[in-house]
Ligand binder design. Structure first.
Ligand code: GLU
Ligand code: MG
Length: 450
C-alpha cells in the first residue's frame, strides 16, 4: 500500500516526467511485451498516465502469453479466458520511436505486482542475476536481419540485387539516413548497417550490452526499422523466411562472459585462448541445442531456413569463424574490439529474443556448473569436411517434442514457459503444417514485424 507521502512524491515525479515528455512532443506512451510466438504487442496510454503505466500497469488478459502468429489463441489447461495481468513499464527509460510516441519494454505482472510466470523478460533478468551472483559479467550482442517489402507486402524491388552492394545500399540512402537518425534519437547503440545477401535484405548490428538491455534493444531496433521503412512507403519482414526459397533472416546472438580473472573466451590455454569455463559454456550451449532448437528457431518457417548452405548455423558444432556452425567462435584479435565471443547463429527472428537469450545464457551457465569439456572444433563446413556433428531435430513437430521432453529446457526456462511455447507452436503445426511453403511464407511474412 502506498502511504500518503509516497503518493505525493510519485505524483510530483509524474508531473515532472509528463512535463518533460510533453516538451519533447510526446502525446502517447507505448509499453510492449513480446509473446511466446515472438510477436510484440503493445498498449498505449496518454502521456499524463505514464506513472500509472509504471506503478499499476495496464491490464491484459493472460492469453497475451499464448496468442499465436496469426489471430489464434493457444489456450492451455492453465491459461483460459479468466484472470488478468498487468504490463508495467520502466517510465525512466522511455525511448522516442516516432513523432509523438515514446516506448518502453514492459514486464508482465500479476495483480499483486509479482512477475507473472510467463514473463520472459523477468525470466531473462533472473538468469542474468544468477550469472552476476556467481561473479560473471555478461555481454550480449545482437544482429538483426530483415527484408524490405513493398507496401502490399510483396517484394520491395524488382531489379537485380547485389549482396552487400554499394548500389543496393545507396539506392536506399534516404531510408538508411532516416533510419540512422531515428536510431540515434531512440538511443539505439547501432554498430553497423548493410544490405545483406538476400534480395532486399538488410542487417543492423547492435553493440554488446547486458542481456536484458540487448533483448530490449532488439525490440526497439525492430520498431525503429519498421517505422523508418513506413516513412519511406515500405514494410519490413522479420520472418525467418519471408519468401519461399529465398535467403532467410537470422537473429544471431553474440555472448561473452568474464570473471575477476578476465574474459572466459580468451587469455587461457585452450584453443584460441579459451579458458576451461569458457569451453564449458560453449559445451553447455551445444549440449542443449537439440532440446532448445524449439526456442531458438521453433516456428513453422524456421526449418525452411535452418538448412546446410544457408550460413544459418544448422550444424550442432562450434568452429572459428565457421558460418555453418551453430556456434561461430569469434576470437580476441585486434580486428574485434569487444574481444572473444560465441555467436549463436541458428537463432531466427521468430524466436522471442528474451527467451532465446535466457536459453543461450542459461545453457552456457549450466555447462559451467557441470564442468563440461569443450568438444573438438569443426573448422569447416561439415558437408565439405565430412565432420558429423550430432543431429538436430528436423521439422517443427520434432523440435517441439524434443523441447517438451527436455529436463534441461524445463530447468532453464521453467515448465509453464515450455508448455506455453509448445502450445503456440503446436497451433502453427496444426494451422500451417500441411500448407505449401509459398503459402506459409506469405501468410506469416509480417507476423514478427514491429
Ligand atoms: N542470413 C543468414 C541466416 O539466416 C546469415 C548470413 C550471415 O552470415 O550473416 O542466418
Ligand atoms: Mg548477416
Amino acid at each position: 500500500m502506498l502511504q500518503q507521502d509516497d503518493v505525493r512524491s510519485a505524483e510530483s515525479t509524474d508531473a515532472r516526467r509528463v512535463e518533460e515528455l510533453r516538451s519533447q512532443g510526446v502525446a502517447l506512451v507505448a509499453g510492449s511485451v513480446t509473446d511466446l510466438a515472438g510477436v510484440t504487442r503493445a498498449k498505449y496510454v496518454p502521456v499524463r498516465r505514464v506513472g500509472a503505466f509504471e506503478r499499476s500497469g495496464m491490464g491484459v488478459s493472460p492469453s497475451w502469453s499464448v496468442f499465436c502468429v496469426d489471430s489464434g489463441i493457444a489456450f492451455t489447461s492453465e491459461i483460459g479466458v479468466a484472470g488478468d495481468l498487468r504490463i508495467r513499464i520502466d517510465g525512466d527509460d522511455l525511448r522516442l520511436i516516432e513523432d509523438g510516441v515514446a516506448w518502453a519494454p514492459g514486464d508482465l505482472h500479476d495483480q499483486h505486482g509479482r512477475p507473472a510466470p510467463l514473463c520472459v523478460r523477468s525470466l531473462l533478468a533472473g538468469v542474468e542475476r544468477r550469472a552476476e551472483a556467481r561473479g560473471l559479467r555478461v555481454r550480449l550482442g545482437a544482429e538483426l536481419e530483415c527484408t524490405m517489402l513493398a507496401p502490399d507486402g510483396g517484394p520491395a524491388s524488382a531489379e537485380p540485387w547485389s549482396p552487400y552492394g554499394i548500389r543496393t545500399s545507396l539506392d536506399r540512402s534516404a531510408f538508411l539516413v532516416d533510419l540512422m537518425a531515428a536510431a540515434e534519437k531512440a538511443g539505439l547503440a547501432v554498430e553497423q548497417l548493410h544490405t545483406e545477401y538476400g534480395h532486399d535484405q538488410l542487417e543492423m548490428s547492435l553493440a554488446p550490452a547486458g542481456a536484458v538491455e540487448t533483448a530490449d534493444a532488439v525490440i526497439l531496433a525492430r520498431i525503429v526499422i519498421g517505422r523508418a521503412a513506413a516513412r519511406q512507403g515500405m514494410k519490413i519482414s522479420f520472418s525467418p523466411v519471408p519468401f519461399a526459397d529465398a535467403a532467410g533472416n537470422g537473429a544471431h546472438l553474440h555472448l561473452s562472459l568474464a570473471d575477476d580473472a578476465g574474459p572466459l573466451l580468451s587469455g587461457g590455454d585452450g584453443p584460441y585462448g579459451i579458458r576451461p569455463d569458457g569451453g564449458a559454456a560453449i559445451a553447455g550451449v551445444l549440449e542443449t541445442l537439440p532440446e532448445l532448437i524449439g526456442v531458438y528457431a521453433g516456428s513453422v518457417l524456421s526449418p525452411q531456413r535452418l538448412k546446410p548452405g544457408n550460413w544459418a548455423g544448422a550444424a550442432a558444432c562450434w568452429g572459428l569463424e565457421n558460418r555453418e556452425a551453430a556456434v561461430r567462435f569469434v576470437a580476441a584479435t585486434p580486428g574485434n574490439p569487444y574481444g572473444a565471443n560465441a555467436e549463436l547463429k541458428l537463432v531466427d527472428p521468430s524466436a522471442n529474443p528474451y527467451l532465446a537469450a535466457a536459453a543461450f545464457l542459461g545453457s552456457a551457465l549450466r555447462g559451467i556448473d557441470r564442468g563440461l569439456a569443450l568438444p573438438p572444433e569443426v573448422p569447416e563446413d561439415p558437408s565439405r569436411s565430412g565432420a558429423t556433428p550430432p543431429p538436430l531435430p528436423t521439422g517443427q513437430q520434432a523440435a517441439i517434442e524434443a523441447m517438451q521432453g527436455s529436463a534441461a529446457a524445463a530447468e532453464l526456462l521453467t515448465t509453464p514457459v515450455i508448455e506455453g511455447l509448445a502450445a503456440v507452436r503446436r497451433h502453427e503445426v496444426a494451422t500451417y503444417g500441411d500448407r505449401p511453403p509459398a503459402e506459409i511464407t506469405q501468410a506469416l511474412r509480417l507476423a514478427w514485424s514491429c
